[in-house]
Design a protein around this ligand. Structure first.
Ligand SMILES: [Zn+2]
Ligand SMILES: [Zn+2]
Length: 348
């Protein structure tokens, strides 16, 4: 009996020595792993018998392996942790499930603590963001009725006078702000040069967008819209506000009174690019730049989609007409290639 007890003590001592060796190896392994990949959590599972004693690693055959059930403990290779940390699991099959649940509980605690006030009683980031959103929503709600009244007043045509003379205003041009109200004569005089302004007529108290070549005249005591005659060559201009059907201007020198029409070099210097060698259609270079930027920030945007947007703006301002995709593509590619050639010749 005494010999059997001595044998048991010796086996226990051997087992503890094994544990210590395993701990030293784990510490060394942790040191190398930490230097390479940061901190690492190593766990080794040790089986225990029904009385809570660890099972001997050596001599696992025979009576020492005969046991009714086993418990599992973990050996944590952490410098500040105890060598044996009891894991509240019974078998290794469900220990991973319990570990998963405990980690999920820790994560939930972290998320919960982020929603409450911190130790210095300052609101957390998420809470302050919610507060800002709530305050902004309240401010918008309070100002909503005022904004609606302003929008409604935009559709009311006031009976005012021209911004330049005392005649009654019949044309509104928001591009001429703050002098947006114009009579018939002032409208023709001002927009003879500012052809690309988007104007609206105010006949009979209704705003109606009008084309650049249309002006307002008074016939039989009533205002009516008529198209202006132009001697210049017809040309289509496409800019960021859509398509304009215009005529080439006839220019005149103030000193020698010489007349001429802008040629291709004048158009290119003015920021336009021809859609063909005849320059029947012109694209504003700004349209090419906008298309390039939109393709950069939104590559999925199609060329057709961009041109449909331009056509919708055309209709919005009271004009009409299609913009052909093939013509736009050819002109854009030619412009891009010419620009590339220029950059090669004059590198900046
Ligand atoms: Zn006027
Ligand atoms: Zn204007």
């Amino acid at each position: 009996m005494a010999a059997q007890q001595d044998r048991g003590r010796a086996e226990d001592a051997i087992f503890i020595a094994d544990i210590l060796l395993a701990q030293n190896k784990a510490k060394e392994a942790k040191g190398t792993a930490t230097s390479a990949t940061g901190s690492k959590f190593n766990v080794r599972w040790v089986e225990k018998d029904v009385e809570g004693r660890p099972l001997l690693k050596r001599n696992r055959s025979g009576e020492t392996r005969k046991r009714a059930s086993t418990t599992v403990v973990s050996v944590v290779s952490s410098e500040d942790a105890t060598p044996f940390e009891e894991v509240p699991t019974v078998t290794q099959s469900n220990c991973s499930q319990q570990l998963f649940e405990s980690e999920m509980q820790k994560l939930q605690n972290i998320l919960t603590s982020a929603d409450v006030q911190g130790p210095n009683n300052n609101p957390s980031t998420s809470t302050s963001w919610c507060l800002r959103q709530s305050v902004a929503q309240d401010e918008w709600r309070k100002a909503r009725s005022y904004h609606i009244n302003c929008l409604l007043s935009c559709n009311v045509v006031p009976e005012g006078s021209c911004s330049y003379c005392s005649s009654p205003a019949i044309i509104r041009c928001r591009d001429c702000m703050p002098q947006e109200w114009l009579c018939m004569d002032c409208d023709i005089h001002i927009h003879k040069k500012l052809t690309l302004h988007n104007r609206e007529s105010c006949i009979e108290g209704i705003y109606k967008p009008i084309e650049p070549a249309v002006c307002c005249v008074k016939k039989d005591g009533r205002y009516t819209l008529v198209s202006q005659e132009s001697a210049g060559r017809a040309v289509i201009l496409v800019c960021i506000n859509g398509r304009y059907d215009l005529h080439m201007p006839n220019l005149q020198c103030r000193l020698c009174l010489a007349h001429w029409t802008p040629d291709m070099s004048d158009l290119i210097r003015s920021g336009y690019w021809p859609a063909s060698v005849n320059a029947d259609t012109l694209f504003s270079v700004d349209v090419f730049g906008t298309f390039e930027e939109m393709k950069t920030v939104a590559p999925s945007l199609s060329r057709q989609g961009f041109l449909r947007m331009l056509e919708r703006r055309t209709c919005h301002f009271g004009r009409a007409g299609k913009i052909h995709g093939d013509v736009f593509q050819r002109s854009y590619m030619e412009y891009t290639f010419c620009q590339y050639q220029c950059e090669k010749k004059w590198p900046v």
